[in-house]
Design a protein around this ligand. Structure first.
Ligand code: SAM
Length: 286
């Protein structure tokens, strides 16, 4: 089957269907076959895999997935792209296209009972305007997937892999660390897309942990504390938690917990590692 991940074929498809790019949907289509090969290799796609693709666009990556995976489910919000996908993917019988918003779709309906044990994979060139809600939704929603291999803004990939003390460190870094082992696969320049994005991109692979690296009695509470800490990152941790509208802890209670942990009461959340947030949660949950 003719590949569409190159500039001339992509423009041919766009023109034939009189398609107009929708900026609001973060449409930057991949035109580099080497990057697609790298993504397939990193995700280790085999015939046993069911792959969920978020935002197939005109099907550039979907073609590669269909050729390697057992089954592909592609969720695309833009209904103008559906007839195009039906045409570009006509030769493949292992693909299901769903016209929906990935943030609203019933995740459960994407997986079979067997796959709910966690054997599917997510592979995508994500729409950048909603990268964080998509990744957080998959992680916090415990989507039954083994790995998530995605193209994101370079800056977001950096935020995902960084640790305490860096300006990029935040709730996303902690969620990624708690649920996954992250690994940057490749940096990707703007000329690998049509139209060119204004920012650099990177492919990141998140291998989902069988078991989180720290134990915590109340995971939801831990992430509420983390979000509170980074929502007001210039404030002390004790003040941020005491001010958080969805939490009910007096500043004194947080200070007392920090004291037990032998941590200075004026510390900011950005200095705490995942283990510290887990420990603080266990002390506050009592
Ligand atoms: N996979 C294609 C490629 O690599 O060339 C397209 C990637 S493009 C960066 C992002 C795609 O996500 C677009 O096709 C866009 O329409 C789609 N998209 C944007 N928001 C979405 C949403 N909320 N749910 C599902 N798809 C979405």
């Amino acid at each position: 089957m003719d590949k569409i991940a190159n500039a001339s074929k992509t423009m041919e498809v766009i023109k034939k269907h009189d398609f107009s790019f929708q900026k609001r949907y973060g449409q930057n289509f991949l035109i580099d076959s080497h990057i697609l090969e790298k993504i397939m290799d990193a995700a280790k796609i085999t015939g046993d895999d069911h792959v969920i693709e978020i935002g197939p666009g005109i099907g550039s990556m979907t073609q590669y997935l269909c050729e390697r995976a057992g089954r592909v489910t592609a969720v695309e919000i833009d209904r103008e792209l559906i007839p195009i996908l039906e045409e570009t993917l006509r030769g493949y019988e292992n693909v299901r296209i769903i016209n929906d918003d990935i943030l609203k779709v019933d995740m459960d309906s994407l997986f079979t009972a067997d796959e709910k044990k966690g054997c599917a994979k997510v592979v995508a060139n994500l729409p950048y305007y909603i990268t964080t809600p998509i990744v957080m939704g998959l992680l916090e929603g415990h989507a039954p997937v083994k790995s998530i291999t995605v193209m994101v803004q370079k800056e977001v990939a950096d935020r995902m892999v960084t640790g305490p003390g860096s300006k990029d460190y935040g709730a996303l870094s902690l969620a990624v660390r708690y649920y996954t082992q992250p690994h940057i696969v490749a940096n990707v320049p703007p000329n690998c897309f049509i139209p060119r994005p204004k920012v650099g991109s990177a492919v990141i692979k998140l291998d989902i942990h069988d078991k989180p690296p720290v134990r915590v009695t109340d995971e939801r509470l831990m992430f509420k504390l983390i979000r509170a800490a980074f929502n007001q990152r210039r404030k002390t941790l004790a003040n941020s938690i005491a001010n958080a509208p969805d939490l009910d802890y007096a500043k004194e209670a947080v200070v007392a917990a920090l004291k037990k942990m032998e941590i200075n009461e004026n510390i900011r959340g950005e200095a705490l590692a995942l283990e510290d947030f887990a420990h603080l949660t266990d002390l506050l949950v009592l």
